[in-house]
Write a protein that binds this ligand. Structure first.
Ligand code: MOS
Length: 748
């Protein structure tokens, strides 16, 4: 890194990274995890621990008329039973929205039941077994009302905003005029199912008060923000809280949000003067901690005589709970991908007796992309064009919803690379025209796209006299490898080898790394870490170039380059190790600080892109679908760690297999309860469902997205893939998918 580079860091200049970023390193925390040495929240057992178990509602609507608290309290080992009659209260109203990541806190405030699985009591006991038995002995009785749990019977409402306050509608151009002048009109409707996050590690918390100081162990995707939220609801100062989240066993969005159960455990610990641990059972993760709501999407694409999109309209109807609002912004998937000169999108809400939905891997984009890509194949057919040819013809050179240029768009390369590897040119156009033995073979494709948000992060980087460094930021590693990728970026900012870097992370006493969500964590926290390292190096360079005893003396104008723990003159061969610079200055360390955030309003449209090609084999008699090949190529800016990025992309694509063919939580319409709230009945892909899969990345330099050129890879793999599989099934069978996951009976 040259001094010029260092200076450019402060502006929009594109910084060339050193030797660590780009390496396919294995996870730095991998050994801890595979040996069981990693401590997850539920692994903590402070002295005097009480175990908490939630009792949850067995009806979906009505109220609790009786809980046998006496029976529960009489059970040996049970210490306390909290119900709405005696539960400790939060300092803020549970309805208070102090920032966009706050959902209504369910803290046993009243006896009403608003969805099946809602917490109705909390039992504290000396052992987990006693707490579980106590919860069972409560034997709730209810006054039940008829619940409404599906899109068909839910209560419609109109809204101006969808998830996180995004506008619910968009219009550019004149869709109606363009439609009346169009040569062909294509419509498609696609329904997507409700999905549950099912992280391997359930939601868990261990809470311990030491006087006024609170220690919390809970897996969390937004450590700094969550500390603030806990503090506000507890009525204490954030400085009184230490939140530890060193490891997360998956999050997928559900651990970016705090839920009432966590607050109840903390309040119980304060009330009882003992540490409390609450771990949700698998079935308790189906309701109180968010899910992806079902959608019903309608698209219309109007084409001119040459097969250009004249108008595109995308409407979404989706569910939220009766007491809070989170709407899948699925229609937004149509905003920025294809060149639609006339564009209209909308969302409509419905309220049902279900838990409040929340962000789940590619929220909005995943179901939206699925419907959009199936509609694009419908349009390609109407235009008499190959699906790839049609997409290339309607390739957006600028973002049609904003008119902005893209910061970069490597999508053409993605199409080319993935199509070549897949062998797309050999596709026979007619449906049902390809076979493998008695099985119908289908080939389909989808375009992947995901935005590149940045949050706000801060970091410290300390270079020590022995040439090693400590970097600090409270990043969340939920399995994606953040600690590894971020350490690589930090090492390059510091100009030292990564094995010299100690990474302190995962708790709230460190500088805030922002939200691990929106596929923006590496970009945000990475920028902060790089800047912190660069700040430390700048201080070193200043020391050396002003010190007559240094070989770097006077090199200020030509600049110096930091590499492998030394500063090199740019005007000749001379160099000096960091240790010598510090020693001569009589310093033990230099400490740099950095921030990561996007400055001002962006004037470019910033997205990752990709192309996914799928081959399916369909049993013509049974309707059973197997994905036999799945190939994606992605343009996602600078790839910090190819091994981790590939793993993220594959994970997203496999998620897409589940969304297309398997994942679906089903309500019993009479009881309002889920029929499959467990991993036996809720199907996700296993190895046998993924015989051949590959994810490539294509080179992409994005000089605008951030100074490091980093985009995200965590969520984009879900997009594109679902539509590709749906289109492959359509090609195999001649039956256009209208409902995801695709059921075998819809194909026979
Ligand atoms: Mo993700 S749904 O941005 O954690």
């Amino acid at each position: 890194m040259t001094m010029d580079d260092l200076m450019n860091m402060q502006g929009q200049g594109h910084v060339r990274l050193g030797s660590s970023a780009g390496q396919a390193l294995t996870r730095r925390d991998g050994m801890l995890k595979v040996t069981g040495a990693a401590t997850y929240a539920a692994d903590n057992r402070p002295d005097g621990l009480l175990h908490a178990v939630l009792a949850t509602a067995g009806i979906a609507k009505g109220r609790v008329t009786h809980l046998d608290v006496a029976a529960a309290e009489a059970h040996p080992g049970v210490v306390k039973v909290y119900t709405p009659a005696n539960a400790p209260r939060t300092a803020l109203s549970p309805d208070e929205k102090i920032h966009p990541f706050v959902w209504r806190m369910e803290t046993l405030t009243d006896d009403s039941v608003r969805y099946a699985g809602q917490p109705i009591a909390l039992v504290l006991a000396e052992t987990l077994e006693a707490a579980a038995e106590g919860a069972r002995l409560l034997a709730p009785r209810y006054e039940a009302e008829v619940p409404r749990v599906t899109l068909d019977d839910a209560e419609p409402f109109e809204t101006d905003t969808t998830a996180f306050g995004r506008p619910a509608g968009h219009a550019s151009g004149d869709v109606d005029a363009a439609r009346s002048g169009a040569a062909r009109h294509v419509t498609a409707t696609v329904e997507t199912s409700q999905q549950y996050h099912n992280a391997i590690e359930p939601h868990a918390i261990t809470a311990r008060w030491d006087g006024d100081r609170l220690e919390i162990d809970t897996p969390n995707q937004a450590i700094g923000l969550s500390k603030q939220t806990f503090a506000a609801f507890l009525g204490i100062d954030p400085s009184q809280i230490l939140l530890r989240s060193p490891f997360l066993g998956g999050g997928f969005g559900s651990k970016a949000i705090l839920y009432g159960g966590q607050l109840l455990a903390i309040l119980a610990a304060r009330d009882l003067g003992r540490p409390v641990k609450l771990v949700l059972r698998r079935d308790q993760m189906y309701g109180p901690v968010g899910h992806r709501a079902p959608t019903r999407q309608s698209l219309q694409i109007d084409l001119d005589a040459e097969g250009n999109i004249a108008a595109l309209e995308h409407d979404t109807v989706t569910l939220t709970s009766t007491f809070d609002q989170f709407l899948e912004s699925a229609s937004n998937a149509s905003h920025s991908l294809y060149a639609a000169p006339n564009l209209r999108t909308s969302h409509h809400g419905r309220r049902a007796d279900v838990g409040t939905p929340g962000p789940m891997r590619a929220p909005g984009e995943a179901p939206g992309s699925a419907a959009l890509e199936i509609a694009m194949d419908a349009a390609a057919q109407a235009a008499g064009m190959d699906p790839l040819e049609f997409r290339l013809k309607n390739y957006a050179e600028t973002d049609p919803s904003t008119g902005m240029a893209f910061s970069s768009k490597g999508l053409r390369d993605c199409y080319t690379e993935a199509a070549k590897l897949f062998g797309w040119a050999e596709r026979s156009a007619a449906p049902r025209s390809m076979r493998q033995g008695r099985l119908l073979k289908g080939w389909g494709m989808g375009t992947a796209q995901f935005p590149c948000p940045m949050f706000q992060a801060a970091a410290h980087a300390t270079l020590r006299a022995d040439g090693t460094a400590v970097i600090e930021t409270s990043a969340a590693d939920m399995g994606q490898g953040a600690w590894t990728a971020l350490a690589q970026i930090a090492a390059d900012g510091l100009g030292i080898d990564i094995d010299k870097v100690e990474f302190r992370s995962g708790h709230s006493d460190l500088p805030d790394a922002g939200v691990a969500g929106g596929s923006g964590h590496t970009a945000t926290a990475g920028t902060a870490l790089f800047n912190a390292g660069a700040d430390a190096v700048r201080q070193l360079a200043e020391l050396a170039t002003n010190d007559p005893a240094s070989p770097l003396f006077g090199a200020g104008n030509a600049g110096v380059t930091a590499r492998s723990g030394r500063l090199y003159r740019n005007d000749d061969e001379r160099s000096e190790p960091y240790e010598d610079i510090l020693a001569r200055a009589g310093l033990d360390l230099v400490r740099g600080e950095g921030k990561g955030a996007r400055e001002g309003e962006p004037d470019r449209a910033m997205f990752s892109h990709g192309a996914v090609f799928a081959e399916v084999l369909v049993d013509p008699d049974l309707g059973q679908v197997r994905v036999s090949r799945l190939i994606g190529a992605f343009a996602a800016g600078r790839i910090v760690n190819p091994r981790l990025a590939r793993s993220q992309l594959l994970g997203g694509m496999i998620w897409g297999i589940g969304m297309a063919l398997q994942e679906e939580a089903v309500h019993d319409r009479r009881s309002g309860r889920l029929t499959n709230a467990d991993l036996a009945g809720y199907h996700v892909p296993v190895n046998a469902d993924v015989p051949m899969i590959e994810a490539l990345t294509v080179h992409e330099d994005d000089p605008y997205v951030n100074a490091l050129g980093i985009k995200g890879v965590g969520e984009i793999g879900v997009t594109g893939t679902v539509g590709a599989i749906g289109n492959a099934v359509w090609h195999a069978t001649g039956i256009q998918p209208t409902r995801l996951p695709i059921h075998p009976e819809s194909l026979i």
